[in-house]
Structure formats: structure tokens, C-alpha cells
Write a protein that binds this ligand. Structure first.
Ligand code: T5A
Length: 224
């Protein structure tokens, strides 16, 4: 049986990586095969494109060119990493995917929605996520979390983190609008709470939406 494809979206510092690692651990305890990956990146060539974009080298080309570069990275990521894992029955947890292009380049970069739709169609070739979590919180909170983490590692802001606060506030609204347009695929999670509470909300939604991923948790421990 094919694995499930679950993506995590949201603004900067929303807690996606934190929650993906928690979910991976929880599913691993149930004996589920899980692959964690990220965008941009997730395959050697896509990681090269990641370094180019997040280093700010494509910024002067404009949002459409950046969207095309994200799409090029996504094609390699799907072909080399995500597709083989899903076909082998492994569940894939992906930190950002095509909805990031829709929000950052589409909504914030003012690219026509029809063009983003067509780009998504040719890039994904049917590989839509089964479920997408949007970790929602005030932009100020997410940015301050991201900056605190970077300060701890001695890193600076990347290409998108250095955009002004109004960019990040609009980004939050863009994600909520994207979620409203496709309620069957999206779950909006309040990420402005303790990590344990966010984890519990994600788990509850996963059990409801994709019980085939979590159903071992519903069995009594001695019924393995
Ligand atoms: N992009 C990407 C596009 O523009 N278009 C695209 O198509 C794609 C795919 C990627 C950038 O590229 C853009 C979007 C991004 O700007 P990235 O480095 O991968 O860059 O950045 P992010 O995905 O934003 O990842 P971050 O690491 O910044 O955020 P996370 O993963 O959401 O947050 P996380 O888990 O690392 O947590 C951040 C800090 O907060 C703490 C953590 O311990 C950590 O220190 N934290 C919490 N603190 C308090 N309460 C909680 N509930 C917390 N949860 C985590």
C-alpha cells in the first residue's frame, strides 16, 4: 500500500520542524515507516537550488523566476525522494511544499493564480499531499522564534526572513485563504501555544483525517 503524503506549511518560525520531528517519533513508535524531508531541498540537486535561492541570488530575477526555481527543485525532490518513498509504502512528512510557492511567490509576489495553478499541475504531475497542516500564529511571534533560534546558532536571516513585518502578516492571511479554498486537504492548527499542545492538536487531526496512518494507536497495546 502506498504511503501517505503529509505536508506542513506556515510562516517563519511557526514550529514546523519541531512538530515534524515529534510526529515522526510518534509514528515510529507505532512501527510506521516515515521519511522526513523539506523544501526547498530534499534531494542533492534541490539542495543546491535551495542554497542559491535562500542565499538571495535569485531575488533580483523577481517572484516568477523564483517560483520557477522552486518548481525545478520540487521536480527533482518528487522524482528522487518523495515518489520512491510513497511507492514503497513509507509515509512522507514534508516541511513546506507547493503551497509555499502559492503563498510566498503567488500571493505575496502577485503572480496570477491561473499561472500558479498551471505551474503546480506540470510540476506535481498528480502528486498532491493527502493532508496539509498549516501552523498558524502571529507573524511577530514566529519571527521572534526564528530569530532566537538563529542567534543561538550564530546564523543570519535568509532571503525571506529579512522581508518586513507587513510581508509576514500578509503571508499569514494568504495561507488562511489558501486553506479556506480546499478544506478537505487543509487543517489549520493554532501554533501559538506550547509545543505539547500543538502536537496534540496535530495528532487529533491526523487520527480523524488519515486513520490509516495512526490506527495502530487506536488498538489496545496487547492487540498488536
Ligand atoms: N519558500 C519555500 C518559498 O518562498 N517558496 C517555496 O516554494 C518554498 C518551498 C525556507 C524559505 O523558503 C521560502 C519559505 C521560507 O522563507 P527555511 O529555512 O526552510 O526556509 O525556513 P522555514 O521553513 O520557515 O523554517 P524555520 O526553521 O524558520 O521554521 P519552523 O520549522 O516552522 O520552526 P522550528 O520548528 O524550527 O521552530 C523555530 C524555533 O521556535 C521554537 C523552536 O525550538 C525553534 O527554536 N519553537 C517554539 N517555541 C515556543 N513555542 C512553540 N510551540 C514552539 N515550536 C517551536
Amino acid at each position: 500500500m502506498a504511503g501517505c503524503f503529509i505536508t506542513f506549511e506556515g510562516g517563519e518560525g511557526a514550529g514546523k520542524s519541531t512538530q515534524i520531528e515529534r510526529l515522526k517519533a510518534r509514528l515510529g513508535q507505532l512501527g510506521q515507516s516515515v521519511l522526513v524531508t523539506r523544501e526547498p531541498g530534499g534531494s542533492p540537486h534541490a539542495e543546491e537550488i535551495r542554497a542559491f535561492i535562500l542565499g538571495g541570488h535569485a531575488k533580483h530575477l523577481g517572484p516568477l523566476a523564483e517560483a520557477l526555481l522552486f518548481a525545478a527543485a520540487r521536480i527533482d525532490h518528487l522524482d528522487k525522494t518523495i515518489g520512491p518513498a510513497l511507492r514503497g509504502g513509507t509515509h512522507v512528512l514534508c516541511d513546506r511544499f507547493a503551497d509555499s510557492t502559492r503563498a510566498y511567490q503567488g500571493s505575496l509576489g502577485n503572480i496570477d493564480k491561473g499561472l500558479i495553478d498551471r505551474l503546480e499541475t506540470v510540476t506535481l504531475r498528480g502528486a498532491k499531499p493527502d493532508l496539509t497542516f498549516i501552523l498558524d500564529l502571529p507573524a511577530e511571534t514566529g519571527l521572534s522564534r526564528a530569530r532566537a533560534r538563529q542567534a543561538g546558532k550564530g546564523e543570519g536571516a535568509d532571503r525571506f526572513e529579512e522581508e518586513d513585518i507587513s510581508f509576514h502578516q500578509s503571508l499569514r492571511q494568504a495561507y488562511l485563504s489558501i486553506a479556506r479554498a480546499e478544506p478537505k486537504r487543509f487543517v489549520v492548527i493554532n501554533a501559538d501555544q506550547e509545543p505539547d499542545e500543538v502536537e496534540a492538536a496535530i495528532w487529533a487531526a491526523l487520527r480523524e483525517r488519515l486513520p490509516q496512518v495512526t490506527d495502530q494507536a487506536a488498538r489496545p497495546p496487547d492487540a498488536a
